[in-house]
Design a protein around this ligand. Structure first.
Ligand SMILES: C[S@@+](CC[C@H](N)C(=O)[O-])C[C@H]1O[C@@H](n2cnc3c(N)ncnc32)[C@H](O)[C@@H]1O
Length: 277
């Protein structure tokens, strides 16, 4: 891929997703796209770009494949325990120790906003089920899980994982919430039913209208792929999607420094949660 081929493709991907490939990532983009080019029989990256940009209905379908190859979908169950401990503290303090909870007219709404293959939203559902098991209270909750990649969403809906995905989980949790068959672990229906998967592009402001009045949002390990402009846009929109007093968690290596001053950072051991004022 020459620099001249790289720039228009890079800008096209950025415009559609917010994902920004810096110029030193030219080989990364090339390696991710080369198989796709071969499959489609394009002779150059220019041809592929013109097909995407100015083509017909098939080009729109190709966008789905493009998104699948340019996104990084690395994730795992119970990723970053200090952030999950903070989630537990927030959840218990705000919803379980709150005597008004029985009068809640609506379920607690939690959004995993770049959910990849589902490990994050299923982890949150498992944690909530564990927390509320010990209480007699009926605490209604819903988890929305969204991603830009259709491929990961299909996999998340199936909820079938290999031994590598479940490596950090206690045997007790695996036994309780998964069906094991050979080397596969399928998430049980009593967890699945709390998680609603949907396609959603975080840089599409219109799409946020479907996600309002959230109590908590997890948007972890996706902002790192965006440039500052896209980060600001996403964070402003997530702010609007939260209820007053609601919490945002971003990746532990990510920061809101220079991105937003609207949130109040709340410190936990090894983790920060950002609260809407
Ligand atoms: C590295 S995974 C993070 C998964 C999970 N949140 C975690 O921390 O383990 C990043 C996910 O962000 C998704 N993504 C990238 N750009 C996106 C966008 N513009 N809108 C929604 N999701 C996006 C990717 O498809 C990928 O599944």
């Amino acid at each position: 891929m020459t620099r001249e081929e790289f720039i228009p493709l890079r800008d096209f991907i950025y415009e559609k997703t917010g994902i920004f490939f810096a110029e030193n990532k030219i080989y990364l983009l090339e390696s991710r796209l080369s198989n796709r080019l071969n499959e489609l029989g394009f002779m150059s990256y220019d041809d592929y770009y013109f097909f995407l940009k100015y083509g017909n209905e098939d080009s729109k379908k190709e966008l789905v494949h493009l998104l699948d190859v340019v996104t990084t979908n690395e994730t795992s169950f119970f990723r970053n325990p200090p952030q999950l401990d903070a989630f537990k503290i927030i959840f218990q303090k705000n919803y379980m120790n709150n005597n008004d909870i029985k009068s809640l007219a609506y379920p607690i709404k939690i959004w995993s906003a770049a959910c990849s293959t589902g490990e994050e939203p299923y982890t949150l559902a498992i944690m909530i089920l564990e927390m509320i098991e010990s209480t007699k209270k009926d605490i209604p909750f819903m988890i929305f899980a969204t991603d830009i990649s259709h491929r990961v969403l299909e996999s998340a809906k199936k909820g079938v994982y290999g031994p590598y995905s479940v490596r950090n989980m206690d045997e007790r949790i695996i036994q309780k919430f998964f069906l094991k068959k050979g080397d596969t672990y399928t998430i049980k229906e009593n967890v699945k039913k709390f998680v609603k998967f949907e396609h959603m592009n975080l840089v599409d402001t219109e799409a946020y209208k479907r996600f309002r009045f959230m109590d908590m949002i997890f948007c972890r390990n996706v902002l790192i792929y965006f440039d500052e402009k896209a980060k600001k846009k996403v964070i402003d929109n997530l702010y609007e999607s939260l209820k007053p007093g609601g919490f945002l968690t971003i990746g532990h290596a990510e920061s809101l420094h220079n991105i937003s001053r609207a949130f109040k950072p709340i410190m936990f051991p090894g983790a920060i949660a950002y609260q809407k004022g």
